[in-house]
Design a protein. Structure first.
Length: 162
């Protein structure tokens, strides 16, 4: 593989790992576990936390269902961007946009609640995700994503008649 293709694939894998860990975090949150994976989406996790808190306050299972469905929609967007970015670089840019929006939500939460120490590792991992995705998206910005291999013309078999 070429260097650009490797960077692009790393960015795609980064997006998929983020989607998987986000899904795991949502499931763990909705069942009431205290565990949390860092390499995941922040907005989806906070949304699940709010729905779990509303469920604990009211006892209405509908809050858990709303949290699961809304989180599944956002995670489905990540997965869709991962699937469609296999041959079309615009989808990786869409995934990068989702990650940037998620990082903005994290920064807003840190500023609004003055919780920089609580989310320090989240900030570091979001910076790593953004770095990988920006490098991957920028690596294919000028040229076609995957170059087609040209096979040499076999002139010998053309000349011979069987």
């Amino acid at each position: 593989m070429l260097k650009k293709e490797k960077r692009y694939d790393r960015a795609r894998h980064c997006l998929m790992v983020m989607a998987v860990f986000s899904a795991v975090n949502v499931v763990l949150t909705l069942i009431g576990s205290e565990k949390y994976f860092l390499f995941s989406g922040f907005a989806v996790y906070i949304q699940a936390v709010f729905c779990r808190t509303a469920y604990e306050a009211t006892g209405n299972v509908g809050h858990l269902a709303i949290g699961a469905v809304s989180a599944a929609l956002v995670i489905a967007l990540y997965v869709l961007c991962w699937i469609m970015s296999r041959g079309k670089r615009g989808w990786l840019l869409a995934g990068l946009t989702l990650v940037v929006l998620d990082a903005v939500a994290l920064l807003y939460c840190c500023m609004a609640f003055a919780a920089w120490n609580d989310f320090l590792l989240d900030l570091v991992f979001h910076a790593l995700i953004l770095l990988e995705m920006v490098v991957g998206a920028a690596s294919v910005s000028e040229e076609p994503l995957f170059e087609k291999k040209r096979e040499p013309i076999d002139t010998w078999n053309r000349r011979r008649k069987f």
